[in-house]
Design a protein around this ligand. Structure first.
Ligand SMILES: NC(=O)c1ccc[n+]([C@@H]2O[C@H](COP(=O)([O-])OP(=O)(O)OC[C@H]3O[C@@H](n4cnc5c(N)ncnc54)[C@H](O)[C@@H]3O)[C@@H](O)[C@H]2O)c1
Length: 355
């Protein structure tokens, strides 16, 4: 399966195919001439897949080295970036060489940032291995790392030369990580794709059903993200639709302590809460909250979170929004498969936190 991200300055393809990781060398050869490649990965993914990818690339005529760092959000920072720069320098990487990001969203965001800044930018490819990375972070060109001040505070908009997705890699992903990725998949169905929603309805919610349907749900999810990114590459307009459930979700993540509630779990809770209040206000169709709850629960995602303290959540939610003014742009789903922006006074956000 193939999707084209038709950006005027930097178009690229997304290839989604079972077993494609073993053919990564051929794929890269179709995009790049023979050169040096550094695979950037983390220790989990590196242990499982780096050697296979390295061999496949070498078979296709590339000179390959592997840089890995300890897995996890805590290592997505400028210290790791500096170590990567040092490795690239020692490996003799020039502007005509390239980076392959092999891993989840942490690896993709960090490797993309390194590639977009090393020697003012070298080429890179995304080979995402977690569901979150396959349906979300590997597409769209947002790269970045965390600082002590904020998550994803330093970054760039830089598109990869291509994205290769092998759904088979999901077989080694942890159960909670796999389920978490479904939060974003459900969101894509709600905001833009009724056929994806119907497919999700037909699935029984088990891990096996996710793996069986992986190729198709990844394709449909990437297609939604691709369309939105092409319309609004730099995140000034419709890309906000992708934030359905995220405003409240981010507040939950922040107050629970990062890592306690996973991102996709917080998004599920955020979508349910947003829908509940928007439905009461007549902004979303009757019964939609129940459908979202049923869907999330079927896949094992949480739909609520305790302790639910409106004041604490509101403070977290408005923390960085105050500087931008007295209103906030929320995302609602006025009908299944269609999102809309609903701008409200910041203070009204408290009503959206009521249970
Ligand atoms: N750039 C964007 O547009 C965007 C969008 C969404 C999320 N993100 C970022 O993505 C990150 C979250 O991504 P994530 O959930 O993939 O986290 P992650 O990269 O930390 O991966 C989660 C865990 O799964 C492991 N893993 C990944 N693939 C595996 C596989 N196939 N088999 C076994 N283990 C595997 C990783 O080593 C890690 O331990 C966050 O930093 C977030 O900010 C970025």
């Amino acid at each position: 399966m193939l999707l084209h991200v038709d950006l005027p300055q930097s178009p690229y393809d997304i290839v989604i195919e079972h077993g494609s990781l073993l053919r990564v060398g051929q794929w890269v050869k179709s995009l790049w001439k023979p050169q040096k490649i550094v695979i950037i990965t983390d220790n989990h993914v590196g242990r499982l897949y780096a050697e296979k990818v390295k061999l496949s690339l070498e078979d296709s005529g590339f000179e390959v080295a592997v840089f890995d760092f300890l897995e996890g959000e805590a290592r997505k920072n400028l210290t790791t970036v500096n170590k990567a720069y040092e490795f690239l320098t020692k490996t003799g990487m020039t502007r005509s060489d390239g980076i392959v990001a092999l891993g989840g969203g942490v690896v993709g965001d960090l490797a993309g940032f390194v590639a977009s800044t090393y020697m003012r930018g070298i080429h890179f490819l995304q080979v995402p291995t977690s569901l979150t990375a396959q349906v979300d972070s590997s597409i769209g060109g947002k790269t970045g790392v965390n600082t002590p001040y904020a998550k994803n505070m330093v970054g760039t908009f830089t598109q990869p030369d291509g994205v290769l997705i092998d759904p088979d890699t999901l077989q080694t992903l942890g159960k909670r990580e796999l389920i978490e990725g479904m939060g974003e998949v459900i969101k894509y169905g709600l905001i833009n794709d009724t056929e994806l929603w119907d497919e999700l309805k037909r699935m029984d919610g088990s891990i096996d059903s996710i793996l069986e349907h992986a190729e198709s749900i990844i394709y449909r999810s990437c297609n939604v993200k691709r369309k939105v990114v092409v319309e609004d590459e730099l995140d000034n307009g419709v890309r906000l639709y992708l934030n359905f459930g995220h405003t409240i979700g981010h507040a939950i993540e922040a107050t629970a302590g990062y890592g306690q509630v996973m991102h996709g779990e917080a998004v599920a809770i955020g979508m349910v809460q947003m829908a509940r209040v928007a439905e009461k206000k007549g902004l979303m169709p009757q019964g939609m909250t129940k459908s979202i709850c049923t869907m999330c629960e079927k896949f094992g995602l949480p739909i609520s979170y305790d302790p639910w303290d409106i004041e604490i959540l509101y403070t977290a939610l408005t923390h960085d929004k105050k500087a931008r003014g007295k209103t906030i742009k929320t995302v609602i789903v006025p009908e299944l498969g269609r999102a809309a922006i609903h701008q409200i006074p910041l203070e009204e956000m408290k009503e959206y936190l009521e249970r």
